[in-house]
Design a protein around this ligand. Structure first.
Ligand code: ADP
Ligand code: 5GP
Length: 395
């Protein structure tokens, strides 16, 4: 594919002036991929926020499609520009917004979207917010019920509260006495959860010990939004689904020192009925087999002595040498006005806009480097780098 221009509605009016589904209010953007599929993005104001509608026109079939839209939508009501990056995604630059909040991607053919198209059997697009700088991979912790996953995770979150955030899963099981809705789990009805799964809101889900459990895309996004590293406590089936998804993670399996000890811990916790304990122990056998088989988990930890296991966990997360902070290479935030121009040079996007009066140069140019972007958690595209081009370097 050649250089990828952004087409605005005015450019396309000749081609699409039949008015199919569209009314031309000046808030639409259209981007064509491979000269074939055109994505129309229509923004309507709704009070303080905006509604972003997406339609796809396939030139080869002459058909319009309304895709399933995943992810949190950006508020584009103050104006935006769009530019095609490659076959996988379109970049949106939100006007009148600071540089840490103005880059959004519409994923149209990323591995995550392709996967969802197959799962949902519909046309799918997904919004993803650009995050400047690198953040570390989420951590998936699995292991049989009663092995001590929750205990280890609590210790980690207590010692490093600003660093880790827990992905709050959905479950159809009843809450235990101390468990709070929205903190330990989102406790939900099976029918509601099944509908949300159908609508593509879940990164993974599994039937575990007779109940439905799942990680919503939002649960992971909420943690990423706080700039924290996400911890997922999920079963082996869930870990397998995450491994097959677009979420790049570190996979850790926690083992008990023996099956007898596992049984003892489960009984001592006294949170399940005898029948449920039996079911959990039965499942534990299979989980231990799968967890110890090669390929899925990056690390296996035996939780014999809790303190020793916790120290080993910290060691493998590289936390034993003091507190690490995630570095954002560009912390200063710059306001990108509504009126700006974009152009693409290889993996870099040049964003040019008129300087305000008090500034020295006539124009400002930001260079957005996308050469190391990663679709990390769904809903987030990490690894963006941004630099201000000095006026002297522009000639
Ligand atoms: P999980 O989240 O894996 O189901 P929990 O964290 O709830 O397991 O732990 C199960 C029980 O075992 C709890 O009562 C916890 O206090 C206890 N426990 C956790 N780790 C250890 C350990 N290393 N030695 C003894 N008991 C432990
Ligand atoms: P519990 O009922 O003891 O809280 O959890 C039972 C099992 O469900 C544990 O193995 C736990 O890791 C797993 N689990 C919790 N949340 C999720 C989830 O979102 N997805 C999957 N696949 N498993 C989960």
């Amino acid at each position: 594919m050649g250089e990828a221009p952004a087409f605005f509605v005015d450019d396309l009016q000749g081609d699409y002036a039949n008015g199919h589904h569209l009314n031309w209010k000046g808030n639409e953007t259209a981007v064509t991929i491979d000269g074939n599929r055109t994505y129309f993005i229509d923004v309507t104001k709704n009070g303080d926020s905006s509604e972003v509608g997406i339609q796809v026109f396939d030139r080869s079939t002459g058909e319009w499609q309304i895709p399933t839209v995943l992810g949190t939508k950006p508020d584009l009501s103050k104006g935006h520009s769009a530019i095609l990056l490659d076959e996988e995604r379109i970049l949106f630059i939100k006007g009148d917004s600071t540089s840490d909040a103005c880059f959004w991607f519409l994923e149209v053919n990323t591995p995550f979207v392709k996967d969802q198209k197959i799962k949902l059997g519909t046309e799918v697009v997904a919004w993803s917010k650009g995050v400047i700088g690198e953040t570390e991979k989420p951590i998936v912790i699995s292991g049989p019920s009663g092995v001590g996953k929750g205990t280890l995770i609590s210790k980690l979150m207590e010692e490093f509260p600003s660093m880790f955030g827990f992905s709050v899963s959905h479950t159809t099981r009843a809450p235990r006495n101390h468990e709070k809705n929205g903190v330990h789990y989102h406790f939900t009805e099976r029918s509601v959860m099944e509908k949300d799964i159908e609508d593509g809101k879940f990164l993974e889900f599994a039937a575990v010990h007779g109940n439905l459990y799942g990680t919503s895309i939002e649960a992971v996004e909420v943690v990423a939004d706080k700039g924290k590293r996400c911890i997922l406590d999920i079963d082996v089936q869930g870990a397998r689904s995450v491994k097959a998804s677009s979420l790049e993670a570190v996979f850790i399996f926690i083992c008990p020192p023996s099956f007898e000890e596992l049984e003892q811990r489960l009984r001592a916790r006294a949170t399940e009925t005898e029948e449920q304990i039996q079911k959990r122990l039965q499942n534990a056998k299979l989980e231990l087999e799968q967890g110890n088989s090669p390929g899925l988990f990056n690390h296996i930890l035996v939780n014999d002595n809790l303190d020793v296991c916790y120290e080993n966990l910290k060691k493998l997360l590289d936390l034993d040498s003091g507190i690490k902070t995630t570095k954002n290479p560009f912390s200063e935030s710059i306001l990108v006005p509504v009126q700006h121009e974009t152009s693409k040079v290889e993996n870099k996007i040049m964003i040019t806009y008129a300087a305000r009066k008090q500034e020295n140069s006539a124009v400002n140019t930001l260079v957005l480097d996308l050469s190391s972007i990663k679709s990390g958690t769904p809903g987030r595209t990490r690894g963006l780098n941004i630099n201000v081009l000095e006026p002297s370097k522009m000639a």
